[in-house]
Design a binder for this molecule. Structure first.
Ligand code: ATP
Ligand code: MG
Length: 405
């Protein structure tokens, strides 16, 4: 794999102005692994003001942390000055950062050896901490003393788990011991940052690695309600098994979070999702999945229409997939439900209130009184149509409504 042209060009501009510049961090790691990097970060000896003078147009992304963004072909490239992170305040933010002209100092502040490598335009790898060897061995190892590094920023505990899950790596022994020792510090990390790492772990190819937070004694500090999830050995074993199976499910937030929280039930699970500030759409979908997963859907069109009416089409398909993969629901039944759903969609049966053949206006025009009773009538007509889809005809429903009065 090669450094993209745009990155090469940025490195060249900085070099031509007399500065050092390297691709650094996650992108170098991913390149060495033969994976497509998500974004390209650049590190340079140039100070932010100097970076701004090199490029015609820049965006001040985080000047106090030394980051300036250059946009090329609608992609942003973050250029950060070599820096030494000062003392950490509350285990979250470095109180101050100091710029340096020494690349090695910058690499030293990074979390893991595999994330502490830099690559020059000419292909020279700067790897003072043995990152490449750890990549080969499949090991997540802190740069420097693990306890010290975790106490500077406790988010790194969850990042270690996340990289182990994404890369299918093990965590080096000393780093693992420090996870246990420093676990209590996790309670000071913001919910959003914790969530981002948990979500990345769940979306990875090894979501079951999330169980490391129990094994390393981190669970109570990640969330007060987490110990419930893993409390007994048997529950923990089921959870691990379920997450292992979940690797075969779509890598979507609602699906993976629902698989994780399933045994808590909809309300308790929903509370955790809220605590972690997941977006409302994800919460809504995950709750519906948690609610419906334990419900056995009979293999007849009525039951399938009922279930379909409770969620949108995409979510229903996810539900079937989850039932098949997580419950080991017998393949024949799962296939039958899928087929029935396709038939129902093909026929255009009414499975949503909005597709009912009458509206409130129609009922009023036919003489019904406006008011709450009208809503009730519509609900009953919809329930009727879910059972008898052939009755979703305006005349039939108007007659049914007037018979009912
Ligand atoms: P990805 O972008 O795939 O999630 P990444 O390794 O690029 O993974 P980022 O969060 O984008 O992770 O950070 C970029 C780089 O910054 C990391 O590779 C690492 O060198 C450094 N870094 C990020 N967060 C921390 C942290 N909390 N402590 C120390 N270094 C960090
Ligand atoms: Mg990144």
């Amino acid at each position: 794999m090669q450094i993209p042209k745009q990155v090469e060009w940025i490195l060249l501009q900085l070099e031509e102005h007399g500065y050092e510049a390297y691709a650094v961090g996650g992108c170098v790691r991913d390149m060495l692994l033969g994976r497509e990097p998500e974004d390209w970060d650049i590190t340079t000896s140039a100070r932010p003001e100097e970076v701004r003078q090199v490029f015609a147009r820049t965006i001040d992304t985080g000047l106090q942390h030394g980051t300036v963004t250059v946009v090329l072909d609608r992609t942003g490239y973050e250029i950060t000055t070599y820096r030494i992170d000062g003392e950490y305040e509350d285990g979250r933010h470095p109180k101050e950062v100091a710029f340096t002209r020494d690349l090695k100092e910058d690499l030293k502040r990074r979390d893991f050896t595999i994330n502490a490598m830099a690559l020059s335009r000419s292909g020279e790898l700067v790897d003072p901490f043995g990152g490449r060897e750890d990549l080969k061995a499949g090991v997540v190892r802190c740069v420097g003393d693990p306890s010290e590094r975790f106490s500077e920023d406790a988010l790194r505990l969850l990042r270690a788990v996340r990289f182990a899950a994404q890369l299918d790596f093990t965590i080096e022994e000393r780093t693992k011991l420090a996870l246990r020792a420093e676990a209590p510090r996790l309670s000071c990390v913001s919910r959003e940052r914790v969530q981002a790492e948990l979500t990345k772990t769940l979306l990875s190819r090894h979501p079951e690695r999330l169980c490391m937070i129990r094994e390393a004694g981190m669970a109570p500090y990640v969330s007060e309600s987490f110990p419930d999830l893993f409390a007994e050995t048997e529950a923990a074993r089921r959870l691990e098994r379920r997450l292992r199976l979940a690797a075969a499910l779509p890598s979507a937030k609602a699906v993976r979070w629902a698989a994780f929280l399933l045994e808590m039930g909809e309300d308790a699970g929903g509370r955790i999702l809220k605590e972690f500030k997941l977006d409302n759409e994800t919460i809504r979908c995950a709750r519906a999945l948690i609610r419906w997963l334990p419900v056995r859907i009979a293999g007849d069109p009525r039951a399938v229409r009922q279930a379909m009416s409770a969620m949108d089409d995409g979510l229903f398909d996810c539900l079937l997939e989850m039932k098949e993969i997580l419950d080991g629901e017998d393949g024949g039944h799962a296939a039958r439900l899928k087929l029935l759903a396709e038939e129902i969609r093909g026929k255009g049966d009414c499975i949503r209130m909005k597709d009912l053949a009458v509206t409130g206006t129609d009922l009023i025009a036919a003489g019904a009184a406006p008011g709450p009773a009208l809503g009730q009538t519509l609900k009953e007509l919809f329930a009727h149509v879910l059972e008898y889809p052939e009755d979703n005809v305006k005349e039939i429903l108007l007659k049914a409504a007037s018979d009912r009065d």
